[in-house]
Write a protein of this length. Structure first.
Lengths: 476, 105
């Protein structure tokens, strides 16, 4: 190893340090942005170091078209990435993350494919299998995980964009198809491990993995997509680490393993907050997305409807209001509307806070991003543990498009939401719920909160409901 | 098992433990930006894509590596830019928020 290669390897190490410290700095809102910039700096260092390594001829003989390929690839990918990332609406952000995840997984799979074809070609010149077992294992894992992530993330993204139905799509004999695909991939992998190198077998494995990604995500409901995207993010990290083993590159291994671990933790946190296991979600759970099932039956109490004018009076003469935003607010893109209403109330001396359930919106923390986009002051956002005792002292709880996370049934055993941490909305003196209909949340059960005598239901789309409330408050 | 593979495995396992340790401390509020930031980090696959592009000497390899470089760059650039956009909104804006509140009232 000469000086230049040593320096490049040290630069890669420095890049990896940037990733780790960057993630540590993302612990706190105050340093998070710096952390991301540090991580981006680490990435820039690693890429420039790689370019130096290639230019100095230390990455092996450089092909004639190497620089045009790298230049054109970076121009196309960078342009598309920059354009989509800068123009996307914040509500559409989860599907974009999923799309970036798909292409990352695709790139990792392509590295494994390219390397394998190169090595397998040597076989025609030399007798016997020229590919060491450890390389075969890493390659097969890389292409399988990368391919599953590629199609799986595209489907997840399509579901969130509404291109593909958000409802669970049941494939006839789906379980058998999925099991057959897994069996093909495992058998193919076994053949490559013990037999000769074979590009056709590798392509059979890839085809099975690509279809597997589709059949894995299609039956899962749109409301579960955040968990799926998080899981696939973890998969991509693992695929990238495997690609690192294939081409023997330490920085790919470090960064890939970091992301693999982070994605796994995040996936578990998200599933825990919904009181579901990751396995339960992946097998295609009980849910069918927001409001897909019928209305509450009359049994057990009656629903009190409230007009925007009455609701406005309650809000305007309260001393403390806690807003509970949910999935419905995110879907209706009503974050600006809620901020306007809150500012109107504040100008009348009402104390307004926001109660953020860990899984409010479409991803953990998604609601914070949406509200921050609408310029809601960050100190007004309260996390669940912090805000729950405050409901006892609060005059009005304004629930906007949130359902299961407010259902008191979660405190008792025997309900699908049992044990799920909820916001103690029913402890408030009165409750106003803005909701399109009596439809159920994705847990598919009725919400007892709506039958509470303290609760007034304002049936409207979150955006329209907030606009009529704001108009009514102004008119007071 | 050769020494290089052993060293790579060591790095792999330690990096996984490091990832667990770092992530478990992040508050729920920052989970979406974190996920997006981690998503950008696996764009490191760009380094690998550039290396296979450098070695590409036949049409198939060149085509595969071109797609890989484009995919990986999209992952890197898009990932960091969208994360930065999210985090930009998290900064406290006491001076910006107040005048708007008055204008709204």
């Amino acid at each position: 190893m000469d000086t230049i290669e040593t320096i490049v390897r040290l630069v890669w190490l420095l890049g990896a340090v940037g990733f780790v410290i960057g993630l540590i700095q993302m612990n706190s809102p105050a340093t998070a942005r710096n952390g991301n910039l540090l991580s981006a700096g680490g990435m820039a260092l690693a890429v420039v170091g790689t370019a130096v390594l290639i230019a100095s001829g230390r990455a092996g003989e450089v092909g004639g078209l190497a620089w045009p390929i790298i230049g054109i690839g970076i121009a196309i990918g960078g342009g598309l990435g920059l354009y989509t990332a800068r123009t996307v609406k914040m509500t559409a952000m989860p599907q974009l993350v999923s799309l970036f995840n798909a292409v990352g997984g695709g790139a990792a799979a392509l590295i494994g494919i390219d390397d394998y074809i190169r090595l397998a070609n040597v076989q025609t010149l030399v007798a016997g299998n020229p590919i060491p077992l450890e390389t075969s294992i890493a390659t097969v894992l890389d292409v399988i995980i990368g391919s599953v992530t590629f199609t799986g993330s595209l489907i997840a993204s399509g579901k969130l964009m509404g291109i593909i139905s958000g409802k669970p799509i049941l494939i006839p004999g789906g379980r058998i198809v999925t099991a057959a695909l897994a069996a093909i991939a495992v058998l193919g992998a076994g053949a490559l491990f013990v037999g000769d190198a074979s590009v056709p077998i590798l392509f059979v494995i890839i085809a099975a993995a690509l279809v597997f990604g589709v059949t894995m995500v299609l039956p899962i409901g749109g409301a579960d997509m955040p968990v799926v995207i998080s899981l696939l993010n973890s998969f991509t990290g693992t695929a990238v680490a495997m690609a690192g083993f294939v081409i023997d590159n330490p920085v790919l291994i470090i960064a890939g393993a970091l992301v693999g671990a982070s994605g796994a933790i995040l996936t578990k946190l998200m599933a825990d907050a919904m009181n579901r296991s990751v396995v339960n979600i992946m097998v295609g759970g009980f849910g069918g997305g927001e409001g897909t099932v019928g209305a509450v039956s009359g049994a057990g109490g009656s629903v009190r409807e409230i007009s925007p004018d009455d609701a406005a009076i309650q809000l305007a003469y309260a001393s403390s209001v806690i807003v509970v935003p949910g999935y419905g607010l995110a879907v209706a893109q009503a974050q600006h509307g809620v901020r306007e209403l809150a500012e109107l109330l504040e100008s009348r001396g009402v104390d307004v806070k926001y109660a953020i359930h860990p899984v409010a919106g479409r991803m953990p923390g998604h609601m914070n991003v949406l509200l921050a986009e609408a310029n809601v002051p960050y100190p007004q956002l309260r996390e669940m543990e912090e805000v729950n005792p405050e409901f006892d002292r609060c005059d009005v709880a304004l629930v906007i498009g949130a359902n299961d996370v407010t259902n008191p049934a979660a405190r008792r055993p025997g309900s699908p939401v049992s044990g799920m941490p909820i916001l103690d909305v029913d402890h408030a003196r009165s409750i106003i719920v803005i909701k399109r209909s009596m439809g159920r949340g994705y847990a598919g059960i009725d919400n007892e909160l709506y039958l509470n005598p303290k609760t007034g239901m304002l049936f409207a789309d979150a955006k329209d409901g907030l606009a009529s409330l704001a108009a009514a408050v102004k008119a007071l | 098992m050769n020494p290089e593979l052993l060293a790579a495995l060591t790095v792999f396992v330690l990096a996984i433990l490091c990832g667990f340790a770092v992530i478990s401390k992040v508050p729920a509020t920052l989970h979406t930006p974190l996920m997006s930031g981690a998503n950008a980090i696996h764009g490191i696959v760009l380094v690998g894509s550039m290396l296979i592009a450098a070695a590409a000497d036949d049409l198939l390899s060149q085509a595969l590596s071109l797609v890989a470089v484009a995919f990986a760059t999209m992952n890197v650039v898009g990932g960091y830019v969208v994360t930065d956009r999210m985090l930009q909104m998290f900064r406290k804006k006491p001076t910006a928020a107040k005048p708007k509140a008055e204008a709204g009232g």
